[in-house]
Ligand binder design. Structure first.
Ligand code: C5P
Length: 280
């Protein structure tokens, strides 16, 4: 069984504060994009996991953890071979690992005759990671709580975007820690974004895109600011950090402008890919 695992971007990301369980309360509009990994899942004698990138093979991989958790839940021995073709940069704030894990949960449920309901799968997903329920949903959503409480958002335009990343990498945990230390003023981009979406005002919706981590990511990995500025120079209507970075995305008014910007960034040595928001 072949499954695609789409990357996500955070169109908004507001941090509401540190919770007593150590997580941060957040409000974020997330959307899947056409950049994706591919998985091949088939029955086998035991659990075998393989990947085109050898450094990602091993028990720690979220695909393996998702598979073990799924079989434990249905009280069966894990007998499956999973092959992951990784194309989404990592760690990047693009939800690649989370999306792979969601694809494994979805694929294994199908392979085993759907023993788990959608809500049971969502619960398993949340226990594996904050972004995995969203990846399981696979549609634009306002994500709250620690990211696992989803409100589906309809009517989002299939915007042309360019996702880009330099050679630096950021750890999610470190970005959250630095954010707390910086004591930044709270933002509320999500509210303005959802209001613009409800009014059908695409220009305002693009303007409302924002990410509370940007000031921290810009210091920890200055390349992120540089690429955002470059995207703006190349005609992006807005250019923002995705998740805890260091990937960024730019929104373009046409496919041609996005393709041109992606080419220019690639010529500068960056990973850059023209994609589209998956709106439903
Ligand atoms: O849930 P997940 O394993 O993806 O989270 C990774 C880390 O990111 C957590 O251990 C925590 O440090 C941080 N995090 C957070 N608040 C969230 C989501 C993640 O502090 N809402």
């Amino acid at each position: 069984m072949k499954i695609k695992a789409n990357a996500k971007i955070n169109l908004t990301l507001d941090i509401l504060g540190l919770r007593s369980d150590g997580y941060h309360g957040l409000k974020s509009v997330m959307a899947p994009i056409t950049l994706c990994d591919s998985l091949d899942i088939e029955e086998s004698d035991s659990l075998i996991f393989d990947c085109n990138l050898p450094e990602l093979c091993g028990e720690d991989n979220l695909c393996v953890r998702a598979a073990r958790l799924f079989y434990k839940q249905i009280e069966k021995e894990p007998r499956v071979r999973i092959y992951l073709e990784k194309k989404i940069p990592f760690p990047a704030g693009l939800g690649g690992g989370s999306s792979d894990a969601a694809a494994v949960l979805k694929g294994l449920n199908k392979l085993n005759g759907s023993p788990l309901s959608e809500s049971a799968l969502l619960e398993l997903a949340a226990s594996l990671g904050s972004d995995i329920p969203f990846c399981l949903l696979g549609k634009p959503a306002l994500c709250q709580g620690r990211g696992e409480l989803l409100t589906e958002l309809c009517g989002l335009p299939s915007l042309n975007i360019v996702v880009a990343i330099g050679s630096g990498r950021l750890s999610t945990v470190a970005v959250y820690r630095e954010y707390d230390a910086a004591r930044l003023k709270a933002r509320s981009d999500s509210k303005a974004f959802v209001a613009a979406l409800n009014r059908g005002d695409t220009a305002e919706l693009i303007k409302a895109m924002g990410n509370a981590f940007e000031p921290v990511a810009d210091i920890l990995c200055p390349e992120t600011k540089l690429i955002r500025e470059k995207l703006a120079e190349l005609g992006a209507l807005n250019a923002r950090l995705s998740g805890s970075g260091p990937s960024v995305f730019g929104v373009f008014e046409s496919e041609e402008k996005a393709a041109n910007a992606a080419r220019q960034l690639q010529n500068m040595g960056y990973f850059a890919m023209e994609c589209v928001i998956i709106s439903e």
